[in-house]
Write a protein that binds this ligand. Sequence first.
Ligand code: SAH
Ligand code: SF4
Ligand code: F3S
Length: 443
Amino acid sequence: MNKRFHVTTFGCQMNEHDSERMKGMLESIGYAEVAEQADADLILFNTCSIREKADSRFVAHLGHASAEKKRRPEVLIGGGGCWAQSVKEEVFSQFPFVDVAFGPGQVHKLAEFLTSESLSAQGYFEFEGFAGDLPAKRAREVQAWVQISVGCNMNCSYCIVPSTRGREVSRPFEALVAECERLAADGVREITLLGQNVNAYGRDLRVGGRPVAFSELLRAVDAIEGIERVRYTSPHPKDMREDVIRAHAELPSLCEHIHLPLQAGSSRILKAMRRTYTRDRFLDRVALIREHVPDCAITTDIIVGFPGETEADFVETLEVCEEVGFDGAFTFLFSPRRGTTAAELTEGLVPHEEKVERMQRLVEVVQRRGHERAQRFVGRALEVLVEGPSRTDPTRLRGRSRHGKTVNFTGLAAPGELVEVEILSATSQTLRGEESLVARALA
Ligand code: SAH
Ligand code: SF4
Ligand code: F3S
């Protein structure tokens, strides 16, 4: 009988996609996926370490795995991803029941380990650039992630990612276009290009003797027959040039949504974060987006309570949120991460209660502005890519608009279809509507 595996994934879309590649690779060497850890011969965790909460959640999961190993000593336990990379060999002393640990760049080594003679504790933590084209087991039929680069050359003072994913390396242009073509041939309609700083893509490449621009990659993917939606995450405000913004206006498949992480509204704090842009430069990018693509949804990430953040600095974050009117925002309490310079700061630390209080004020502004922004969709017909039944009401359908909004609606559509939905109401998070049956009849 086939060996069986189970994977639990934590963290960002990059990790979700790495898990797809892990699964694809495991199936290629004869393993089969199972839904329960209790039925698996190989229990894997793809870990994240971006904030302290991510660590503690995962350590609780490891406790269960350890119990499983006691019950069935032949089970193999593996930890991959950013947490594993950030603690490296310590994994084995802290968690002696772990058999194999590997960093995000070493997914392919898992196969080597499993097919080797000796299955004693092994760790793989090199950075090797892009680790070849692994087969991926796609979680979603018509949507796919495509990783365009590994690593990050930025040095944001709070962030653990450069140390867990290494230096930035772009994947060759032709290989990427070929992968997107294969996905299109396989029925994929929406592609999300992934990287830590996607708009720095291609600077390290040479095609015909010169570097490649991210906007050229967008153009090439847009041109592929069958790809109807292209998204990317995350771009860096510093590298958000006019060619990329114009591409949103010019390329039919490039969605009207840009996730542009602000982090903080005060230039002083941005400097301490080493974000390499100021409040004005960020606002200028937003103005340029609105000039070329007036209807574009803009979402963001914000950190509250960075060391040294005063009330006045925080008010600047609120002001930027009021002024921009983000369509949505992920908001985080600052969490000191091992090995980062921000974790060493000792002055102006913001007490936890104050962080929480600021967070509440921020969330109020983010939700109110998000709600206001969403009202522009009411009364319009939006193109929705159907993903499945609504999470709250299984008699309704759920999908996403080009703006990245979740749409819950009544209709006849099947998952994977692109349909027109009349929007009847909107909250800050979701839109509600009904499928346009006239459009269906005419289609
Ligand atoms: N490369 C992406 C971000 C990846 S991490 C980018 O630059 O946009 C996702 C988000 O987590 C970041 O945008 C930031 O808002 C948040 N984050 C990262 N490190 C953090 C920390 N130490 N404490 C709190 N939030 C953090
Ligand atoms: Fe982290 Fe900054 Fe790189 Fe994003 S750009 S991954 S926040 S170092
Ligand atoms: Fe992603 Fe977490 Fe690593 S957010 S890049 S999996 S630290």
